[in-house]
Ligand binder design. Structure first.
Ligand SMILES: Cc1cc2nc3c(=O)[nH]c(=O)nc-3n(C[C@H](O)[C@H](O)[C@H](O)COP(=O)(O)OP(=O)(O)OC[C@H]3O[C@@H](n4cnc5c(N)ncnc54)[C@H](O)[C@@H]3O)c2cc1C
Length: 364
């Protein structure tokens, strides 16, 4: 088997890159994933939030640009702009704002607790309302990218694991479905991106996969599906309505040796403590479900998109942390642009080479 581009990973990173690349690149594209369905890991298990107001300016711009695209494709990708309420200290919220880019307004805590009954009794200093934020049908969005890419000739192979790489473009790639030759290798392997980089002799970008859990609670007072999502930056939790219950995260970050998405033993107790101390209206709620997956981050909390400097013809779309779904449209677009206009574009904020040397450049 021979292909021009091999993309490893059919999560949002790989699927959005294949979608945009297939619009502008005339060569062949093969997307592989080791699992039996696309989006099996973080891309299929995340909280589905499109949150534009984040402290990292570059990420804020990428999410805002993506949100605009989703608004135009609302039905096709399943985007519902239900709005968001960011809670926390006023200076924390102020750090996430960029009024020229994202329209948001402060609301009084009493007004917010009236709108969201499960917040009754919860104490917070300030609240920021952003009406254009929302939730996504993540399965629909992923299928949109994959179908778009396939309609332009890209192929998707599932149950196909990259096991080894030799050469530097053309690459001789050993996979669980046989040998593949590829001129270019795109690393969109999420939590496994360090392993793929090592196989190909690429620069060891300092990526850390961190486990995070999501719960669904029942018996939540006055919950309606149209309520916005709530994120408290000071107390570190977020929640939104989900299938008649409340999906909630306590923003845990656990380093583990294994990359299996197992449920950690004490995690339900940690949620119970948060509820007991901070969310009295949820004390009668019961746990319906819990699961985990990995957010993969670099030290500066930004993304890793661009050509590798150590391995020839090796391209990164990784380190998407907690924003890889909401910003996937623009991530794929930027990746395709930089892939095609290699050496023509000015250094980009997400360039993997920012980690070369002892003192990585910190992006804000
Ligand atoms: C609990 C939680 C909640 C989140 N909530 C949100 C949210 O609300 N909004 C948001 O925008 N983001 C959210 N995120 C982040 C988002 O889910 C990720 O940033 C995004 O899904 C990362 O996509 P990816 O394609 O890089 O990784 P993945 O989805 O993990 O995809 C990588 C793929 O590569 C495949 N792969 C790995 N190694 C190989 C190999 N050797 N051969 C073949 N295939 C391989 C894997 O099987 C996998 O399918 C959340 C993350 C977590 C953990």
């Amino acid at each position: 088997m021979k292909t021009d581009v091999l993309i490893v990973g059919a999560g949002f990173a790989g699927a959005a890159t294949a979608f945009h690349l297939s619009q502008h690149f005339s060569g062949s594209i093969l997307l592989i994933d080791k699992e039996e369905c696309p989006g099996f890991h973080a891309s299929g298990r995340n909280a589905s939030l499109v949150l534009q107001s984040t402290a990292n300016r570059e990420i804020r711009r990428v999410v805002a640009a993506s949100r605009q695209a989703y608004s135009q494709l609302r039905t096709e990708v399943g985007f519902e702009p239900k709005g968001s309420l960011l809670l926390g200290k006023k200076d924390q919220l102020e750090e996430t704002r960029e009024p020229d880019l994202i329209v948001s307004e402060y609301r009084e805590p009493e007004q917010v607790c009236g709108q969201i009954p499960w917040l009754k009794g919860h104490e917070f200093e300030a609240a920021l309302w952003t009406s254009s934020d929302g939730v996504m049908d993540i399965s629909l969005l992923l299928q949109f990218y994959l179908q778009g890419a396939r309609s332009r000739g890209a192929e998707l192979w599932l149950n196909c694991q990259l096991l080894g790489a030799k050469g530097d473009g053309p690459y001789h790639l050993e996979t669980s479905r046989g040998t593949i030759e590829a001129d270019y290798l795109v690393n969109a392997a999420g939590a496994w991106a360090p392993q793929v980089a090592e196989m190909a002799g690429a620069f060891p970008v300092p990526l850390s996969p961190l486990k995070r859990h999501l719960f669904v609670l029942d018996k939540v007072p006055s919950l309606t599906p149209d309520q916005p999502f709530v994120w408290n930056l000071a107390q570190n939790f977020y929640a939104r309505p989900e299938s008649g219950g409340l999906l909630i995260s306590i923003c845990d970050e656990e380093r583990t040796v294994s990359l299996e998405p197992t449920v950690s033993p004490d995690i339900s107790q940690s949620l119970a403590e948060l509820v007991w101390l901070e969310l009295p209206a949820l004390r009668e709620a019961t746990q319906r479900e819990v699961w985990s997956c990995f957010r993969t981050k670099v030290p500066d909390g930004s993304f890793v998109i661009g050509w590798d400097r150590a391995a020839e013809n090796f391209f990164w779309v990784a380190g998407l942390g907690g924003h890889g779904m909401g910003s996937s449209w623009e991530i794929g677009r930027l990746a395709a642009e930089q892939f095609i206009h290699r050496n023509e574009t000015a250094p980009q904020p997400f360039d993997p080479s920012r980690f070369i040397g002892d003192r990585p450049r910190i992006l804000v």
